[in-house]
Design a protein around this ligand. Structure first.
Ligand code: HEM
Ligand code: HEM
Length: 403
């Protein structure tokens, strides 16, 4: 399993931007400066989903598709485009958001086109399960991001209508319910089982792709049966993940400081995530499609189950695998990162479901103030440790260089 230098660079940029996500998260959890405005919350959201997760996904795409000296798209330019869009969110300027959102979409389109080109060169009928999942995941990302830019242009032109609300729901559903789940299942399968092509793996990815599209279309057109179709497809696909990866998960050494335990815990979050999606769809139906009447704690719980439980574990595990041959700087940190991140995200998301959102609460008055920081501090420790390991030279290179 090779990780080219460009993958490591994509991971480094991703970790850098994730620092901002975690810091805003900590301020939001403790409420030390009160409640955050919408611009800062959108910065927290998109620095996490684009800056951290999507830069990390680009790093994985390079590792999967750019072997044997094939050139990958420009990582540094992609990171700059991402950082510019994140800053545009913070600025609150709708024109800047429309402009840099369009540049971000073009960047994403470039990566998708490259993955399609590489898949075609390799032969679509020969793609391994992880590559197929990545291809379908990035396809959904292009669809979801196009909807994102349409929303952004509506805001810039002051052309907001009822339809804008539906489009925001459509965007979020495609990105979280389609893109993230697909790429995550691809990454964990690659690291736990390796690259194989099996009927089970292909069917699982097709079901997840259809589930994401059905969820997004259901939101766009307000068609309730489509939301129920999503639930069925996702439940079946999640059972397939558990059955297919179960034996590898059972063999995991949970006390060993490798990336494998970060991958092996992801199916747990996929199961929790699917239960929360089913609950969300029931709530949307009960609220007759009015998402504003759905408890925000449930939505925020679902968000962090996927963003941190699923994706941050999958990417931290991949970076640990990528730095296996490098000096293990701060070896004591591995256990704190793994247990802190997971105890933190599980307790935080449970509080969001059972107690509710902390929005509007005073400083340190809500259990979120005591659970989310465990996750946030573990994430910051992970960022520092993994960044240092990524920037140190591999053992083979150090042995070859003169003392
Ligand atoms: C080019 C890429 C993207 C663009 C142009 C974009 C644009 C937007 C816009 C305009 C909004 C609405 C903001 C508002 O309420 O004022 C939004 C919200 C959101 N986006 Fe994105 N986004 C992108 C990528 C992503 C990705 C990759 C994810 C997740 C993996 C994501 C998840 C979300 C979520 C969860 C919301 C919140 C929806 C809600 O308020 O219920 N976005 N995005
Ligand atoms: C990839 C990483 C992450 C993403 C994409 C993300 C996304 C989000 C989103 C979409 C919201 C809802 C914002 C709203 O009110 O509209 C939110 C809220 C929040 N986030 Fe994150 N987040 C991430 C990581 C973190 C981390 C590491 C922390 C660490 C402390 C954190 C702490 C919080 C807190 C405390 C809230 C408020 C929850 C509530 O009480 O309802 N997040 N986040």
């Amino acid at each position: 399993m090779g990780f080219p230098a460009a993958s490591a660079r994509a991971f480094q940029y991703g970790l850098g931007i994730f620092t901002l996500t975690a810091l805003i998260g900590l301020v939001n959890a403790t409420k030390i400066i009160g409640n955050l405005d919408q611009n800062t919350l959108l910065t927290h959201l998109h620095s996490g989903t684009l800056g951290w997760i999507t830069m990390g996904v680009f790093g994985i795409a390079i590792a999967l598709f750019a072997r044997e000296g094939v050139r990958a798209p420009a990582v540094t330019l992609s990171a700059l485009a991402t950082a510019a869009y994140v800053i545009a969110f913070w600025s609150g300027n709708f024109f800047a958001r429309a402009l840099f959102g369009t540049i971000m979409l073009a960047t994403i389109f470039g990566w998708w086109a490259w993955v399609v080109y590489r898949s075609n060169t390799e032969g679509f009928s020969k793609l391994s399960n992880p590559k197929f999942a990545m291809l379908l995941g990035l396809t959904t990302l292009v669809i979801g991001s196009t909807v994102g830019v349409i929303i952004q242009i509506q805001f810039a032109l002051n052309a907001v209508s009822d339809q804008t609300g539906n489009l925001i729901g459509t965007h979020a559903s495609a990105q979280v319910g389609g893109y993230l789940i697909l790429v995550a299942t691809g990454i964990i399968e690659w690291l736990l089982l390796g690259e194989r092509r099996t009927t089970g793996g292909l069917v699982q990815s097709v079901l997840l792709f259809l589930a994401g599209i059905a969820l997004a279309l259901g939101q766009l057109l307000g068609i309730t049966p489509l939301l129920l179709v999503t639930n069925v497809l996702q439940v079946v696909a999640t059972v397939m993940v558990v059955v297919r990866l179960g034996p590898a998960v059972m063999k995991t050494a949970w006390g060993a400081a490798s990336g494998m335990r970060h991958e092996a815990i992801v199916p747990l979050y996929l199961v929790i995530g699917v239960v929360l999606v089913v609950a969300l769809v029931q709530q949307i139906i009960a609220a007759q499609g009015d998402i504003g009447r759905v408890p925000p704690g449930l939505i925020h719980s679902l968000d962090h189950t996927f963003f941190v439980g699923v994706m941050t574990n999958a990417l931290f595990g991949a970076i640990l695998a990528a730095t296996q041959d490098r000096p293990r700087i701060w070896p004591w940190a591995d256990h704190l990162i793994f247990w802190g991140l997971n105890v933190g995200v599980l307790s935080f998301t449970a509080v969001l479901v059972f107690v509710g959102s902390s929005t509007g609460a005073a400083a340190f008055s809500h259990p979120v103030s005591y659970t989310a920081p465990i996750m946030g501090l573990a994430a910051l420790l992970g960022i520092a440790t993994l960044s240092m390991r990524l920037s140190s030279a591999p053992a083979a290179q150090r042995a070859a260089s003169p003392a």
